[in-house]
Design a protein around this ligand. Structure first.
Ligand code: AMP
Length: 308
């Protein structure tokens, strides 16, 4: 099954305690499409300015990502400048230059409108709604967002929540969006707004999953080689939707697996800047890290003799 991914293409300037890079390939759609491409055919819908480097196009093609709906926009590509301190769970934005993103009007080509699995990566929620309106009976839509849009387009984000199956946010974002420090309560409020499930990414601490009647807590991989967390959330989302599309199964059991798959891909992505680690990642590495996480989180039923 195919996956449609809509989001940003960015040239990021990033500083972490482990280095500094200027104008490197990034953007929510790029990280998520690359992650999804390990599992599924991906159609990328995103805006590239006229300075978007050919070598980045070549990279996306090498991942067999369908670029027929890449929107070429006159002027510079979207740019994001940010930094991380020792707590790398927290990205600090220095500057956001929307550039091509502000002239992006996503048009889904007719032949792709019935793509069954859809990831609305972090993007202006007005555009996320425009995409939803063009889709023909998708099996599953999941949408991401961030503080930038929660602050500027809260009401429109509510409309997105009503029209998707799942929302995926990080812990700080869901607290901010639902105006409570309590994550389970925030997830409950989000579900009451209209979506069926909520995935909360907790950076190096794993992820939580909520529906109206169930809860799952996914462990994280104890990553010692963290260099740059940029794109962790997007590659999580991309791995999640790519795996779901590949297996074409949206049972709760399979969604739990997809969450751990997303977590595994994200854990590789943070080992280097930009998409560098994704370039060398092998299927067998994904499987072996998935198994490690599975083992780390196994535990037996409580059985204390003569007690309780
Ligand atoms: P994350 O997975 O949350 O680390 O996402 C990082 C990516 O989000 C970076 O590569 C940025 O280019 C992109 N980004 C940052 N701000 C925005 C924004 N306001 N809208 C869309 N994409 C953004």
């Amino acid at each position: 099954m195919k996956t449609l991914i809509v989001g940003s293409i960015g040239l990021d300037t990033i500083k972490t305690p482990f280095g500094e890079k200027k104008d490197i390939l990034g953007g929510s759609a790029i990280y998520s499409a690359t992650a999804a491409s390990f599992f599924s055919e991906v159609i990328l819908v995103a805006p590239a300015g006229d300075d978007f480097p050919q070598e980045s196009v070549d990279f996306l093609q090498s991942r067999k990502i369908d670029l027929s709906a890449l929107h070429k926009i006159a002027g510079p590509t979207f740019r994001w400048t940010g930094y991380y301190e020792y707590d790398m769970n927290q990205a600090h934005t220095v500057e956001t230059k929307l550039n091509a993103l502000s002239n992006f009007d996503p048009v889904i080509p007719e032949k792709h409108r019935d793509t069954p699995y859809v990831f609305l990566a972090n993007l202006d929620p007005t555009l996320q709604l425009k995409v939803i309106d063009q889709l023909k009976k998708p099996k599953f839509i999941i949408a991401d967002t961030m503080n930038f849009w929660i602050e500027s387009k809260r009401e429109i984000l509510h409309e997105v929540v009503k029209k998707v199956d799942f929302m995926i946010l990080n812990d700080a974002e869901i607290r901010q969006f639902m105006e409570t420090p309590n994550i389970p309560l925030a997830a409950k409020r989000l579900i009451e707004l209209g979506c069926k499930g909520v995935i909360v990414k907790k950076g190096e601490h794993g992820a939580l999953f909520f529906t109206k009647d169930s809860h799952f807590s996914a462990p994280s991989y104890p990553q010692e080689m963290l260099k740059d967390p940029t794109g962790a959330g997007d590659s999580f989302g991309g791995g999640f939707i790519g795996y779901l599309a590949r297996t074409d199964n949206i049972s709760e059991e399979n969604i739990r697996k997809a969450i751990v798959v997303g977590s595994v891909i994200a854990s590789f992505n943070v080992e280097d800047f930009s998409l560098e680690r994704m370039k060398t990642l092998k299927h067998k590495e994904i499987i072996s890290r998935y198994e490690m996480i599975r083992k780390y989180s196994e535990f037996e039923a409580l059985n204390i003799p003569n007690w309780g």
